[in-house]
Design a protein around this ligand. Sequence first.
Ligand code: FAD
Length: 300
Amino acid sequence: MLDAAQKTSWPPGLFDISYEFFPPKTPEMETQLWESIERLAPLRPRFVSVTYGAGGSTRERTHNIVARLVAETDILPAAHLTCVSASRDEVDDIVRGYWSAGVRHIVALRGDPPGGVGSSFEPHPEGYRTSTELVRGIRRIGDFEISVSTYPEGHPESSSIEDDLDALESKIDAGATRAITQFFFENDVYFRFLDKARARGIKIPIVPGIMPVQNFKQTASFARKAGASVPAWLAHRFEGLDEDPVTRRLIAAAVAAEQVLGLAEAGVREFHFYTNNRADLVFAICHLLGVRPFSEKVAA
Ligand code: FAD
């Protein structure tokens, strides 16, 4: 543990931060996305990632945002990509398209079953069947940095944490270089998982995915589907605030700050933030970590 003086004096450049965005559906949401990117860009993230909608539904939009990041900013983008509802050739074309657009980092995922979480995953007859196969396919095309997911509380389809560690090992053997975790709210969950992974000899960074709770009900429902537990203390903190968005946001900031500072004090130096396309909470948490804007304007 760091003492109080050390807590307030984390040196600049100590933390590697990445931010995740999703492709917006409306022009208003698009404006919000780019405002958020512009606000967070001066914090010099290691990369920002852009998700790929269920069933490949945002293929064009994901590509356009990532391509614009390359063309108009000096932020390194990472494009999420899944195996869902596409043949290998189609997926390979997308990967080659990213390479030609100057993208060098892909977050490779199997994706959820088109029938929704809980139904069984039926791969496309000519598609990649698993995230491991996808990672191998991407590796064949170019020397990408490849991040993958991992699940400290277990993926809903896995029968044990050992299953998840098997899956992670197989993705690393295929060429993955970083794992980003599903979000969690109890830091011990992450540390137990990390210990198990290290005990197996897994050496790649396992970066905690941090979900600031912008909307408790939505987050709780998403967590149930994603296999992340919602502790009773967290529900208690948001209790009675359904009609009070201002207090909710203050609580959300306090909860996320407590989690991130707890991880940082225990030695974590890399964080991936699920931003929900909003900058303010995440900006505040980064400020607490001593991550401050660089003066030059990043967006062109
Ligand atoms: P996988 O690596 O495919 O593993 C899922 C589970 O299957 C494993 O835990 C394991 O139990 C089993 N398994 C798989 N392979 C093996 C193996 N070789 N050996 C043993 N067991 C195995 N979804 C989207 O649609 N778009 C996105 O942009 C997106 N981004 C995400 C980003 C992050 C950081 C995370 C954590 C998730 C993201 N997801 C996204 C959700 C993800 O697609 C779903 O959770 C999906 O159901 C599983 O795909 P996966 O690649 O995460 O998991």
